[in-house]
Design a protein around this ligand. Structure first.
Ligand code: C2E
Ligand code: CA
Ligand code: CA
Length: 402
């Protein structure tokens, strides 16, 4: 689906009118336009012309303030429209530093223009300023988190917790998901939902994943050694897109498996749909090699990402993890229930296993089991916990506990 829509203007038509609310910017694809301003004394001043490739009305994308100039088509023009809404959506997904930079530059640009034109209308409203401060503090926060994380990783302030994943057929623990925990010396616990996106943006995720993989596999070895008859337990580790850009990804993973003497089949690589779509060709090749080596591949947060299912058979996927949002609403929302059922059918037809995420009640667990869902994970069974707590839990675990 395209974000931009195309518009044609005839010669002489006004594209943007000074004073009108600014709700979109345009990229001039074909034709020429003239930019002019109406001065307080009633005269019009021509500011210049623009040709193909230029952008007009871009400031409105930031503050939606009224147009400070008019733009008229000098000949038939074709324009691509970028609405403020499209832009906001793109910006909200952008790196906070990038976001702040764009907003600061745009605000300065408007300031200079306002001074030149002697206009007060272009001064940002309080609401805009508040928004700018919010973005600024978010950007500063991101920079601080990034700096602190580097140190934390070196100082080992980062640790892993492990959440049991339950086989619904037997009630036994089948494996664990390794989840990163950061206990900041001053700020206290920082949730992974906050720091993971930051370290994904600045590349620190690569050493972080490297560390997590190594730590999770050595913990799996220790956990297995602590109790007899648990050699089958698997460890699921979360990976980000950048991890797959490493040319020696497979070598790194194989080395970690070898170092900790863990069979590849006991490692689940957990990735989101976003990772698959990022660099589909490279990712496909890497995942195929991992699968050939015996590792399992799980799609995390399944159902929340891309609507296209065509990638499912393109990649060698072993397990789908149904996102918590569907499981949570399953009993109250018929649509969510249908979705869970469809995902289960789909995965079974494609010979994939399912892990339901975020199972918080016994009722959910019973329904999922009756629908043929193989595995589940959630607070109803166990929260993520330290390695020591896992080692204490295993001998007391009751298999009928659903
Ligand atoms: P995720 O991969 O979807 O992990 C599952 C999240 O759901 C975890 O949050 C877990 O604590 C939480 N959860 C589990 N059961 C329940 C439940 O029954 N109810 C509710 N409300 N939540 C439940 P957590 O640990 O805060 O992690 C958040 C996200 O941070 C993860 O979501 C994952 O995207 C990311 N993350 C965590 N550790 C790592 C890591 O080592 N590497 C990468 N790349 N991402 C990580
Ligand atoms: Ca996960
Ligand atoms: Ca998930």
């Amino acid at each position: 689906m395209s974000d931009t829509s195309q518009k044609i203007y005839k010669a002489g038509e006004i594209i943007l009118r000074q004073g009108d609310p600014g709700l979109a910017a345009y990229i001039l694809d074909r034709g020429r336009v003239e930019i002019s301003v109406l001065k307080p004394d009633g005269t019009t001043e021509k500011l210049g012309t623009r040709g193909p490739g230029s952008m007009i009305g871009e400031m409105s994308l930031i503050d939606k303030a009224p147009r400070t100039a008019s733009v008229t088509a000098l000949e038939e023009c074709e324009l691509l429209e970028i609405t403020a809404e499209d832009f906001e959506r793109r910006l909200s997904g952008a790196d906070p530093v990038l976001k702040m930079t764009i907003q600061v530059i745009m605000a300065r640009y408007r300031d200079i223009l306002a001074r030149e034109q002697g206009e007060r209308a272009a001064v940002p409203k309080t609401e805009t300023l508040e928004k700018a401060y919010l973005v600024q503090s978010e950007a500063l926060g991101a920079i601080k988190i990034a700096n602190d994380f580097k140190e934390a990783l070196e100082r080992r302030d980062i640790m892993l917790h492990y959440q049991p994943i339950i086989d619904l057929r037997s009630g036994a623990i089948a494996g664990f998901e390794a989840l990163m925990r950061w206990n900041h010396p001053e700020k206290g616990f920082i949730p992974p939902g906050v720091f993971i996106p930051v370290i994904e943006d600045n590349g620190l995720i690569i050493p972080a994943t490297h560390w997590a993989l190594d730590e999770a596999l050595s913990a799996l070895k220790r956990i297995t050694k602590s109790i007899a008859g648990h050699d089958h337990l698997f460890m699921s580790v979360n990976f980000a897109s950048q991890d797959f850009c490493m040319y020696n990804f497979l070598d790194g993973v194989m080395k970690a498996l070898h170092t900790h003497d863990v069979k590849p089949g006991r490692l689940h690589l957990e990735i989101t749909e976003r990772v698959l779509m990022g660099q589909p060709d490279v990712t496909q090749q890497t995942l195929e090699k991992c699968r050939e080596a015996g590792m399992m591949i799980s799609i995390d947060d399944f159902g929340t990402g891309y609507s296209s299912l065509s990638y499912l058979h393109r990649f060698p996927i072993s397990t789908l993890k149904i996102d918590r949002s569907f499981v949570k609403d399953m009993t109250s929302d018929k649509g969510a229930m249908e979705l869970v059922k469809s995902i289960l059918n789909l995965s079974h037809n494609m010979k994939m296993d399912i892990i339901a995420e975020g199972v918080e009640t016994r009722e959910d667990a019973v329904i999922l089991k009756s629908l043929g869902c193989e595995m589940a994970q959630g607070y109803h069974f166990a929260k993520p916990m330290s390695e020591a707590d896992i080692i204490a839990l295993l001998p007391t675990w009751k298999n009928t506990d659903i």
